[in-house]
Design a protein around this ligand. Structure first.
Ligand SMILES: C[S@@+](CC[C@H](N)C(=O)[O-])C[C@H]1O[C@@H](n2cnc3c(N)ncnc32)[C@H](O)[C@@H]1O
Ligand code: SF4
Length: 430
């Protein structure tokens, strides 16, 4: 599931795909683009590789959430063992596409991965290590919901190799936690942070703002409370009404756009004043604590995505492929165990890759080096020069001969900025 990048983005699901295709019911991966000579990117060196592992269950579906997550009553009734077997089978089937490469970061996301017993996380990570080299200093993150936190389990996750925890706090205000349909209250949120800190020196707190009937002061109080725990990393997301959610069908009363914009500006100022670096739209880090996994998405690195509905992007010397796994957990398990978890396979053509690169890299406050564009998109800079000129003229970016940096205007109107990079024939996204 993705978004830690659509053009909003949560701490670590997959970067937005511009071109989604689904082929329900197909049994083989479907190749959706036909290559014409010179229509593909080409690479001298392959980018760094990450691994995303999706766990598709939650105790209860939150009314605002469009992630691929399915309710499992009581949180313990899911077929964890079979799912772990499917994940390992899926990973093994991916190996021929990444032979000889090393994994730099792992993100176990969901859904609610903290529903997994410690031994399941251990089996997953051991299964990965036995099949492909995991860098000794790999960042390994696991997402946890404060309503499912247990000290013994956190100790087991740490022993299994997890070295970064991401907690979905959302708010410390009981009224808002209730409005968001969360399974935990503020006491449990605080307790979860206490336990997380005992076992993980590196952790992230997810907080959302622009909540139903939230005032500016309430939003700032949530951030101040989060700051009192000195989190190495904080993700502050503007609540969005996503299609196919309860909130989309029955919209709650949200703060108007001006108030939400004020919240964003004041939250940024507050966090920066406390020494946090706002390195991406919603991401704030203490020095040295940026999320390496998400940075790899934003810098257009490669990633394997295993698990129900997971997306991957894998570069080869002469092309870039996107793959998506079957979404329904039962169907995913069946397909993975039968030898092919990939439902759709699509190549990103040279016409679309500039847009895809920008959709990720322009989220970064510091922007990107021009050399990185050529290295990671695998096409010449001339492909995007006209769009860069237009973006500069409209005040969305600044640039010199080395680097492109989005301006505040560009960051606030990211969709308008990205439009400039859409292929002229409008083919991106088709
Ligand atoms: C997969 S969830 C995190 C782990 C766990 N499932 C939880 O909710 O505690 C990823 C994060 O995305 C953010 N998120 C989810 N839906 C959102 C939405 N509609 N708008 C903004 N942020 C959202 C939340 O902050 C959430 O913590
Ligand atoms: S717990 Fe997290 S993944 Fe699950 S439904 Fe709620 S927000 Fe979505």
């Amino acid at each position: 599931m993705r978004r830690e990048a659509q053009v909003s983005g949560k701490d670590a699901d997959l970067p937005a795909e511009t071109a989604r295709v689904t082929h329900a019911g197909s049994t083989q991966p479907v190749h959706t683009s036909r290559l014409t000579p010179h229509a593909s990117p080409a690479f001298k060196a392959l980018p760094p590789l990450s691994l995303y592992i999706h766990i598709p269950w939650c105790v209860k579906k939150c009314p605002y959430c469009d992630f691929n997550s399915h309710e499992v009553k009581g949180g313990s009734g899911a077929p964890f063992q079979e799912y772990v077997n499917a994940l390992i089978a899926d990973f093994e089937q991916t190996l021929p596409r990444v032979w000889g490469r090393r994994i730099g970061t792992v993100f176990i996301g969901g859904g609610t991965p903290s529903l997994l017993p410690g031994e399941a996380v251990d089996a997953i990570l051991a299964g990965v290590r036995a099949r492909l080299t995991l860098n000794p200093d790999a960042e390994i993150t696991l997402e946890a919901n404060p309503g499912t936190v247990d000290a013994a389990r956190f100790r087991e996750y740490r022993a299994a190799g997890v070295n970064r925890l991401s907690l979905g706090i959302q708010s410390f205000n009981p009224k808002h936690l209730k409005a968001l349909g969360r399974i935990h209250d503020d006491t449990e949120a605080r307790r979860a942070i206490g336990i997380a800190r005992e076992y993980f020196d590196n952790f992230n707190l997810d907080v959302m703002y622009g909540l139903p009937e939230q005032t500016l002061d309430e939003a700032l109080t949530d951030i101040e409370t989060a700051l009192s725990f000195k989190p190495p990393h904080l993700s502050a997301y503007h609540l969005t009404l996503e299609p196919n959610t309860y909130f989309y069908r029955y919209p709650p009363k949200l703060p108007d756009d001006d108030i939400a914009a004020d919240m964003q500006a004041r939250i940024e100022t507050l966090l920066v004043a406390h020494g946090y670096d706002n390195y991406e739209t919603s991401a704030f880090a203490q020095p040295g604590r940026r999320c390496r996994h998400n940075l790899n998405y934003w810098l257009f690195g490669d990633y394997i995505g295993i698990g129900a509905g997971a997306h991957g992007k894998i570069s080869f010397p002469d092309r870039v492929a996107r793959e998506a796994r079957y979404r329904q957990p039962a169907q995913y398990r069946e397909k993975a165990l039968a030898g092919n978890a990939v439902q759709t396979l699509q190549e990103i053509g040279a016409a679309d890759i500039g847009f895809e690169f920008m959709m990720n890299a322009l989220r970064l406050t510091e922007g990107f080096e021009l050399a990185l564009f050529v290295e990671r998109a695998g096409v010449p800079l001339t492909r995007v020069l006209r769009a860069l000129d237009a973006a500069e003229q409209r005040g969305f970016i600044t640039r010199d001969h080395q680097r492109v940096t989005p301006t505040l205007q560009g960051r606030r109107f990211l969709n308008d900025l990205l439009q400039l990079f859409l292929p002229a024939d409008g083919s991106a996204g088709k």
